[in-house]
Design a protein around this ligand. Structure first.
Ligand code: PGA
Length: 263
């Protein structure tokens, strides 16, 4: 079933790398991954630098012909206006950004983003012709209280509310248990599969259709590294990974991508 979904490995750099460091990192990644990325339809790789790096990374990827997609980490739902410090989805699209992370747990927890606000961003990203990576996931307290299913399916349903069927099929959902982010504590492949299959994909099937649910790519995120990516991707409902720490260094991230394609 997972066979028709091309795995998507996304590097979320968070607030790391200035534009000089960003250029160096993508140039090295391009060099290390040139054979791996040559074959179309095997794997898709994106990097999500800070806003200040996007133009530099865009021109580097384009001028050096590096087959890595450009992503952003956030955007504002409004197309323009008096929102000091914010960046609109349309501005990102103009930089050839193709994926935008939406509702990362750090934004939800540290910046108070609600499901409704996240949903508005999902719609803005789609309206600008890009693909949202909608992040969902439970805290440790919620997991221990047996609330994982409700939290995750609630976030998926709310995040995708009001999206048309054809757009819904193009969305990426990243399941990131908050207790596994940056902690070195990865969910077991079975735990991750249960949530991705029984809660994320099942919720999409319930809200839209089985066909749409089968088309959506679901990433796992939280302490993904070169040595655990293969096990995660072997799960039927895990179609990629959202990678933080292990995406910052080109050698580490290239090794992870290579482990993902089994080469
Ligand atoms: P991590 O971060 O890989 O450093 O755990 C993942 C994320 O927050 O997307």
């Amino acid at each position: 079933m997972a066979t028709t979904r091309v795995p998507l490995i996304s590097g979320n750099w968070k607030m790391n790398h200035n534009h000089f460091e960003a250029i160096q990192t993508v140039q090295k990644l391009g060099y290390l991954l040139k054979d791996t990325l040559k074959e179309a339809g095997v794997i898709e790789v994106t990097v999500h630098p800070p806003f200040t790096d996007l133009r530099s990374v865009q021109t580097t990827l384009e001028s050096d012909n590096i087959a890595i997609g450009l992503g952003a980490q956030n955007c504002h739902p409004e197309p323009k206006g008096a929102f000091t410090g914010e960046v609109a989805a349309g501005m990102l699209a103009k930089l050839n950004v193709s994926y935008v992370i939406v509702g990362h747990s750090e934004r939800r927890e540290l910046f108070g983003e609600t499901d409704e606000f996240v949903n508005a961003k999902v719609k803005a990203v789609l309206a600008a012709g890009m693909t949202p990576i909608l992040c969902v996931g439970e805290t440790l307290a919620e997991r221990e209280a047996g609330e994982t299913a409700d939290k995750v399916s609630g976030q998926v349903a709310a995040g995708l509310a009001g999206i048309s069927d054809d757009k819904a099929a193009t969305v990426v959902v990243a399941y990131e248990p908050i207790w596994a982010i940056g902690t070195g504590k990865v969910a077991t492949s079975e735990e991750a599969q249960t949530v991705c299959g029984d809660h994320v994909r099942a919720t999409i099937a319930d809200r839209f259709s089985i066909g749409i649910a089968q088309a959506v790519r679901i990433q796992y995120g939280g302490s993904v590294k070169a040595d655990n990516i293969a096990d995660l991707l072997a799960q039927p409902d895990i179609d990629g990974a959202l990678v933080g720490g292990a995406s910052l260094n080109a050698d580490d991230f290239a090794a992870l991508v290579q482990a993902a394609v089994g080469s």
